[in-house]
Design a protein around this ligand. Structure first.
Ligand SMILES: NC(=O)C1=CN([C@@H]2O[C@H](COP(=O)(O)OP(=O)(O)OC[C@H]3O[C@@H](n4cnc5c(N)ncnc54)[C@H](OP(=O)(O)O)[C@@H]3O)[C@@H](O)[C@H]2O)C=CC1
Ligand SMILES: Cc1cn([C@H]2C[C@H](O)[C@@H](COP(=O)(O)OP(=O)(O)O[C@H]3O[C@@H](C)C(=O)[C@@H](O)[C@H]3O)O2)c(=O)[nH]c1=O
Length: 295
């Protein structure tokens, strides 16, 4: 039997999506930060001594984009230094490492969607810490490892823009959402399927991009969430969404104006679906979760 795959992360949305989509015949062990704090290199070493693994999926990360501006050390500890330690151990022990990075490594000045060879130039602390993690992985080159840049991840799990919008829309009938930031929403479930496919690929490319098909502004994304929310009984009143500019919205971090990903090079491994279709699937999952809560 193959050695189990070790997943770092348990409660995060990508970790939960990986758990929900575990392919039959694959064994995976999930470690939340209670069992494995990857900022402690001794804990990593202990786990790797206790568990024989060939592949690690790092689904952990510091993801609080605004908060990172006031606590850069924490963001860099988790997104860069811990990745460096992880990559060092994986290189030493011939373990394949699959790591996640973000569209926020790009500055958003490009006109066309970002491909894997486009130049990263992050605007905020979170993006800088993710890019430092990418550099650690590529420089240390653990055995046949890769990083996946994804973007705007949403799911029925954890915290994300879709769930935030639904919460805000339930509390108020009007809200303002930024229209001059455009990106690629990504269903965590579809991303998880892609990651599991990658674990089966013999020779990995150094970097993949993965998102749903299509690019959209946060404003248009919010409009679709409201429309689908009402149709699926997740919202019981109409909402008015006012399109605003980034400069009208107070936030600590600067976000790229355009960070859509070109993931075409990944389509030989899995075929992405349009974001509207994936959003509908997630909204229906939220609807079922709500009706079983009530039942
Ligand atoms: N969210 C998004 O839109 C995007 C995310 N990404 C990247 O994908 C990855 C996963 O993101 P997502 O699932 O959304 O993140 P979440 O914020 O939902 O989850 C973060 C995960 O990190 C784990 N974690 C936090 N601190 C530690 C630590 N010290 N040691 C070990 N594990 C820790 C958490 O552990 P526990 O399970 O115990 O809570 C949790 O599983 C991150 O690397 C992120 O940068 C990339 C692009 C977009
Ligand atoms: C709640 C809210 C947000 N916004 C804006 C703020 C921001 O520009 C945008 C998205 O806000 P969020 O804080 O949900 O998303 P943000 O934290 O920017 O999401 C990012 O997370 C990291 C981890 C990534 O890697 C990125 O790919 C991306 O998904 O929406 C509004 O315009 N109106 C609102 O009512």
């Amino acid at each position: 039997m193959c050695n189990p795959i070790l997943v770092i992360g348990q409660q995060g949305q990508v970790a939960q999506a990986l758990k929900a989509t575990l392919p039959s015949g694959v064994t995976a062990r999930f470690f939340g930060r209670q069992q494995l704090d990857i900022t402690h290199v001794d804990q990593l070493e202990n786990i790797l001594t206790q568990h024989k693994v060939n592949t690690i999926i790092n689904a952990s990360g510091y993801t609080a984009v605004d908060l990172a501006e006031s606590e850069p050390e924490k963001a860099f500890d988790l997104n860069a230094t811990a990745v460096e330690h992880l990559a060092t151990l994986c290189a030493k022990q011939n373990i394949r490492l699959i790591h996640l990075s973000s569209d926020y490594v790009f500055d958003g000045t490009q006109q066309a969607s970002y491909g894997v060879d486009d130049h990263p130039n992050p605007l905020n602390v979170y993006g800088k810490s993710k890019l430092a993690g990418e550099h650690a992985l590529t420089q240390l080159q653990p055995q046949n490892s890769t990083l996946i840049r994804s973007a705007w991840i949403y799911s029925p799990f954890g915290n994300n823009f879709v769930k935030t919008m639904l919460r805000v829309m339930r509390q108020q009938t009007t809200l303002s959402v930024i229209k001059d930031q455009v990106g690629s929403p990504t269903s965590a479930i579809e991303l998880a399927h892609f990651i599991w496919r990658l674990t089966q690929v013999d020779l990995l490319a150094p970097c993949y991009h993965w998102s749903d098909l299509g690019a959209v502004s946060w404003y248009e994304f919010a409009q679709q969430i409201a429309e689908s929310g009402q149709r699926n009984g997740l919202l019981n009143h109409p909402v008015t969404i006012k399109p605003i500019l980034s400069r009208e919205y107070s936030s600590q971090a600067i976000r790229p104006a355009f960070s859509a990903l070109n993931s075409q090079a990944s389509w030989s491994i899995a075929q992405p679906k349009p974001w509207q279709e994936n959003l509908e699937t997630v909204m229906q999952a939220l609807k079922h979760a709500k009706s079983s809560d009530c039942g």
